[in-house]
Design a protein around this ligand. Sequence first.
Ligand code: ATP
Ligand code: MG
Length: 242
Amino acid sequence: SDQARILHQDKMMSLGKLAASMVHEINNPLSGILNYLRLMIRTLSRGPLAEDRREKFLGYLNLMENETKRCSQIVSSLLTFSRISSPSFGQVQVHDLLNRCIILSRHKLELQNIRPVSEIEPHIPQVAGDFNQLQQCVINLIFNAIDAMPDGGTLRLTGHLDNTKDYVTITVNDTGPGIPEKNLPHIFEPFFTTSQEGYGVGLGLSTVYGIMERHKGAVKVESQPGQGTTFKLQVPIYGMNQ
Ligand SMILES: Nc1ncnc2c1ncn2[C@@H]1O[C@H](COP(=O)(O)OP(=O)(O)OP(=O)(O)O)[C@@H](O)[C@H]1O
Ligand SMILES: [Mg+2]
């Protein structure tokens, strides 16, 4: 339904914000833990532990335990939020998937004067996967494409059966500035971002990478400065290894 769609879209928008705050939330306890560890290593390397120190060390260890628990809670709340922890695999229609993604991005596309074009091969086989997770991948790629075209352009989505007939290739292509060669090896790393502070957190492509791994698929990129960017998702077709 429209309601569910909007909720899902909101959820993905706020996932970025949640992740950004998570980075700070985790950084504080981690530096606390690191300080205690260093103190304990330094003390222990000087010789045997005196009885009065033992009490203190137990106190430090308790603090470290609590801080570690906090980090782990923050991470699991993010996983629950993004539903990465509970995939449900099934047959996914590529038409449905791409149409849904275009509907979810329509507003952003219109605002930025971007023309969406989609070319889906007729009789394209169904793919094996989790609809929500695959949708999250395509949406992340579309949002990156939109970010890359602040002055408008064309967003091209395609779906076709690969020559090997083992998987379907979904491509997301933009007419933006492209990705500088020096950045290409890093774009799939978590928290790698070139966007301004407070906007992107750099989790989009690493999420896509993780989801594709879980689908036994792959994500690839082709980009040259000035020539736009094409991301390719390779998703196993349904019925191959099930
Ligand atoms: N279509 C694209 N055109 C140009 N650069 C891109 C494109 N897609 C990704 N990038 C580059 O890869 C980086 C990482 O992308 P990623 O989606 O992981 O993070 P982000 O978009 O910066 O932040 P987030 O997705 O977490 O909001 C981007 O900051 C950008 O430099
Ligand atoms: Mg992104």
